[in-house]
Design a protein around this ligand. Structure first.
Ligand code: ADP
Length: 434
């Protein structure tokens, strides 16, 4: 038993670890995808602004006459004065004009120091015409540029390159990526504890149903073993006196038979519940006249009650039709009526009442029997639960009747409630949709 518990705990822990790893992987993937999306979105937004600026200047250059950009001769004194165009120049954009031999023709316009510092050894990459590209001038300064063939009929200028420094954007992106990495790391750390918590929560119903199943199997085997042992003992006893007459062994045979009957009922009930658990049993609903149906189910019980000196009364107020599985509804009433008979004594009364409430059909089975202790009411629908084991065994009780009753009711989307009568006994109230 102890070994079994250790083994069980090991399996649970292994499963919980699996859940935790699975949760953690899911969280990490989600955060990573989220981070990448946010990062690429920010990058796009930042560069779309610079790209817009580049394309706008390109368009303006294409729209202007070639003379607007024509660089004045180098020895001209007015050369250092920037040329005035009819549109304001974007101070962030450097316009470089290349000739056929990859020489810059507007050196003066660019500024000598900029030219000497950055562009002296720089050659344009003509394979990437008309596409906005990133470059690192001197492997240090990030620029975004567009190189295009000058559409104007100019002898000197063959290519125009528009460059924009993206140091600020790059800085923002670097800081942003650091922030995202930091946040993701914090989130992943947090998700470790969240995964642990979630995996524990996910394990709870599994452990619960595992324990319930184990308890069920244990109870079932115990219930099966007891009658089998009794039958085996009685048969063995009879074998010791093979020449004895059956009449003399009447008691042993009767007991064995009653235990066999018990076994048969037990296996049928177990099968019903197993099928209910696996949702194998389908209801076969049909139209039933409530009061006539209850009357026919109760009629043998009226006779039994009479023979046991008990009073049986009927108050049928549901002259209506309802849609239900006849066999299951019959089984439900039989379980409740059997119990009412089992747990009442001489001169007690048993009553069945039908009526409509909230557009539903109500079946009330009440008795003035031994009743159920209030503190035990929450357990009476549990499998194999019996208030008084010794006593119920005598009366043939196994403790599965009410579990089956509860399944039948919930399969019909109804409800079953039990209450302790004010005077004496118990009332079961079953409410089913029409
Ligand atoms: P059993 O086969 O033992 O009757 P049930 O599941 O039908 O199993 O009932 C579970 C327990 O509920 C019973 O053992 C009994 O203690 C209690 N019980 C059920 N119906 C009644 C009733 N009408 N009066 C008193 N006790 C009841």
């Amino acid at each position: 038993m102890f070994k079994n518990k250790i083994f069980k705990n090991k399996i649970f822990r292994k499963q919980q670890l699996k859940f935790m790893v699975l949760n953690l992987i899911s969280f990490t993937v989600i955060f990573t995808i989220f981070g990448l999306i946010v990062f690429s979105q920010v990058q796009n937004t930042l560069f779309s602004k610079t790209d817009e600026e580049l394309l706008m200047v390109k368009e303006r250059i294409n729209d202007h006459s070639p003379n607007d950009f024509k660089t004045p001769p180098p020895n001209d004194d007015s050369e250092n004065v920037p040329r005035q165009n009819d549109w304001p120049k974007n101070p962030r954009i450097i316009v470089i004009k290349w000739d056929k031999n990859d020489n810059i023709v507007n050196q003066n316009e660019i500024g000598t120091s900029f030219y000497e510092d950055y562009l002296e050894d720089y050659t344009p990459d003509k394979t990437n015409l008309d596409t906005i590209t990133n470059t690192n001038v001197n492997n240090l300064y990030p620029f975004r540029y567009i190189l295009f063939e000058d559409t104007h009929d100019d002898d000197e200028v063959v290519y125009t390159q528009l460059m924009i420094n993206i140091d600020a954007e790059q800085n923002i992106l670097n800081n942003f990526s650091k922030l995202i990495i930091l946040c993701s790391s914090i989130f992943i750390l947090l998700s470790i504890s969240a995964s642990y918590y979630l995996s524990k929560k996910m394990m709870k119903p599994i452990i619960h149903s595992w324990n319930k199943q184990a308890e069920f199997v244990e109870n079932a085997s115990h219930e099966l073993r007891t009658p089998l042992t009794i039958i085996q003992n009685k048969l063995e006893l009879m074998l010791t006196t093979p020449h004895e007459k059956i009449a003399n062994k009447f008691e042993n045979i009767a007991l064995s038979l009653s235990e066999t009957r018990r076994l048969s009922k037990l296996t049928t009930d177990l099968l019903t519940l197993a099928r209910a658990d696996s949702s194998e049993t389908q209801l076969e609903k049909k139209s039933i006249h409530v009061d006539s149906f209850v009357k026919s189910v109760c009629s043998p019980y009226i006779e039994i009650a009479e023979s046991q000196d008990k009073h049986f009364w009927l108050k049928l107020n549901s002259d209506i039709m309802m849609n239900a599985d006849e066999t299951r509804l019959h089984q439900l009433l039989v379980i409740l009526l059997d119990n009412a008979l089992k747990y009442t004594g001489e001169h007690d009364s048993i009553g069945v009442k039908t009526y409509e409430e909230d557009h539903k059909v109500v079946f009330e089975i009440s008795d003035t029997g031994i009743g159920i202790k209030k503190e035990n009411i929450p357990y009476i629908f549990d499998r194999f639960y019996r208030e008084d084991r010794a006593r119920t065994r005598e009366s043939g009780g196994i403790g599965l009747g009410l579990s089956i009753a509860q399944w039948i009711v919930s399969a019909h989307s109804g409800s079953i409630k039990v209450s302790v009568n004010e005077n004496k006994g118990t009332t079961f109230k079953v409410k089913l949709p029409k």
